[in-house]
Design a protein around this ligand. Sequence first.
Ligand SMILES: Cc1cc2nc3c(=O)[nH]c(=O)nc-3n(C[C@H](O)[C@H](O)[C@H](O)COP(=O)(O)OP(=O)(O)OC[C@H]3O[C@@H](n4cnc5c(N)ncnc54)[C@H](O)[C@@H]3O)c2cc1C
Length: 431
Amino acid sequence: MKTLVVGGGLTGLVAAERLAAAGIIAPVLERESEPGGACRSIEADGYTFDHTGHLLHVGRPETEAYLTEIGVWEQLRVWERRAAIVVGDHVTPYPIQIHTHGLAANVRRDCLLGFIRAWGGDGEDEATTFRDWVLERFGTGLAEHFFFPYNRKLYRAEPEELGLDWVGRYVPKPDLEAVVDGALGLHDEKIGYNAVFRYPTSGGIRLLPDRVADRVPDLRTDSEVVRLHLGEHWLELAGGERLAFDTVVSTISLPRLLDMVCDELPSDVAEARRALRWVRVLNIALGVRGPAPVPEHWRYFPDPEVSYYRVGFPSNHGRLAPDGCHTVSVEISFVPGRGDVVAEAAEAETALAGAGLLDPENVEVRQLTMVDPAYVVFDHDRRDAVSMLRAWLRSHDVRLTGRWAEWKYSAMEDAVLDGMAAARRLAEEAG
Ligand SMILES: Cc1cc2nc3c(=O)[nH]c(=O)nc-3n(C[C@H](O)[C@H](O)[C@H](O)COP(=O)(O)OP(=O)(O)OC[C@H]3O[C@@H](n4cnc5c(N)ncnc54)[C@H](O)[C@@H]3O)c2cc1C
């Protein structure tokens, strides 16, 4: 059985590596000149930049076992998250729901009263929109001061346009006592999926895909797939070479995959393709002389007046800058095809300087990278569209694996697990 893996990011690399371990050689076709996808790191003038912060959260023993097997685990250091939220002129630790003590008194009052009023409310499980879910769970104050403006900036969508498929794991709900303690500055327990994280003791996050790639027997870089013929079971590379397949494991973005299908799309498939929404993210990576201006690993910015939603200081957790220097990673989200990227990047640096987070005179290196797609917009059409597209592609022997292929929200650990699961299924079927 001839299997082709499209995309040499973490998911595709792990799938091919595990297939090879089971005795099946599946070529990996990667568009770029090096593998790793969103987990690549760039080196420039002594600085190392990831594609925005890429911190590893490991919750499953099989992930730890795999990272140990490929020689990555012992090269990771464990960090306790240091993250903050900026509301107006005030900075308070993340997550806001148990740390309102750092906010202005009137904002703290709104958040606390809103939470207490929502606490006794009915129907928490009845919410179907992100807007109602936040109001029922956290109340009006936290909604208006953080959850609504922050998610508007990140997803470029109104809270009522978003469904709930993505929230459970990522937005922790504390109890009333924790919220009251948090308003008084008495809560010091770290909660949430990212309370601790791991990061390489030296160099960027590319350590992880690089180690997997070393074990992939047939990795073809500079091999962009441009056409896919489902009826005849071949795909075509940018240079014109055609490769026949029995099965394709696609890890590239779902709309891009559909756009390269040269068979005529049935009308319901074409409609589902049009329903897929996403945002792209500009990462402004800066290498700056002098020590980092703040101790945090990253800060969130819900303020609608500034374009960025998150600013990271990656050299606070990794050896990513020359001695005495630091790195900054600024994230701005865009609707595809909209927004003046260059102007927004310049404005962002001015705003950062105004906030005392950047000294423009000390910027030594600047790298602008567009991550596209970056975040799937979980609107109300997503679930049905994805399940029908998945079934249709599967009926043509194309399997979707990973964050952007399955059109979901997931992290590097999931990429490893998704790759492993895809390989396991194929190896079982091959007998
Ligand atoms: C802004 C941002 C921040 C993140 N932060 C974190 C974090 O802190 N922690 C964490 O665990 N996860 C984080 N993630 C998630 C993480 O990046 C993904 O889970 C992971 O990289 C997914 O890997 P993948 O292989 O599925 O996709 P990708 O990395 O996108 O790999 C797909 C590959 O396909 C290639 N490709 C595309 N089109 C073609 C084509 N036509 N032909 C051939 N090849 C093609 C691409 O070049 C790419 O190498 C973040 C993601 C984003 C966007």
